[in-house]
Each structure stands twice: as C-alpha cells, then as structure tokens.
Design a protein around this ligand. Sequence first.
Ligand SMILES: [Zn+2]
Length: 96
Amino acid sequence: MPVAACPRCGHRLNGATNADPREDEAPDPGDLTVCASCEAFLTYGPDMGLVALSKREVAELLPAERTNLVRARDLVRLAKRIPDLPRPAGRAREDR
Ligand SMILES: [Zn+2]
C-alpha cells in the first residue's frame, strides 16, 4: 500500500487494517478510513490518495457505513490509550 498523507493533519499513513475480516486487506479507491493521528474520516481517491469527508458526506453515507466508520474511530481512540510497551532491557541500558 502506498504511503498517503492525511489531508487534515499531514500524518503519513503507511498501513491500513480492514474492519471486515471477510474482505482482503488492501484498501481500494472509494473505501472509507480513519486517520490514525487526527481521527479524521477519510476516503481513498482514484489514485489512492486520501480525501477528507465533509460532514455532509458523512451524513449521506449508508447507516452501516457510518456505523463502521464511527467504530473504526473509536478503535483508533482506544489504541491511543494503550501505553507503549516497555523497552527491552538491553536497549534501556544503552540509553544510560
Ligand atoms: Zn489526520
């Protein structure tokens, strides 16, 4: 998947996780996504660049699409609350 910058915050998104495990992992143009940094609702353009959805576009999504997008944003928020894993002991000693 090519690296694409979030149009809202500029964060470079270099990966994606499909919310539906029955589908393949790679996103396609028109798929919806959430910025892992600023939590903006986004869609993939024809060139796989990211485009921010307006509030009206979000309101016009199918109810299931909007629900999945909100759930994805909730997962991004949850992931941000997980503290970083402890650093390996060897690495920590090198820093002293
Ligand atoms: Zn962003």
